[in-house]
Design a protein around this ligand. Sequence first.
Ligand code: GLN
Length: 192
Amino acid sequence: MKIGVLASQGAFREHIEKLRQLGVEAMPVRMPEELKGLDGLIIPGGESTSIGRLMRDYKLTQAIRNMVKKGMPVFGTCAGMILLARESTDASFESLGLMDITVRRNAFGRQRESFETELNVPVLGKKPFPGVFIRAPLIEQVDGNVEVLARLADGTIVAAREDKMLALAFHPELTDDLRFHQYFLRLLSEKE
Ligand code: GLN
């Protein structure tokens, strides 16, 4: 099994590290050729505007879209989630537009720019997941086949799944908890 981590910009090293801890072959992806033969792709956090522009300039946007439409699983965290979303309230770049979610960038304002909170995530079991939020987006709306995986105490949606696409508003790669990466690996082996 080989997983690529989009390495245009942002927190890609930490994702690679987590995958390697789980015994999975993981490699950075900067060029469309590097997508060949991948079993899955992670789009990390960072600055969605920069990642989106670099993806376009390096001709990755359409290449990734095509592969995900053919069934390649994809996992976006924070900026990566914004890039997966069908709609984003203030995006000045072309997103992948693959997941039926509407997101709002920098949704928590200055007061709560970065925070940590324990999240209840039923698909991961009883133990709460440490949610690390950094200038995080939120999911305003989910449509179609999207399943909500986690909410903040006030009901705000912060994690969702649609078929083999997974989107989180927070950063699991900055914690010691491997359960979301394991969950993504399980999606890879699920039957169509
Ligand atoms: N605020 C960033 C954006 O809008 C996302 C932050 C992150 O990925 N930690 O792209």
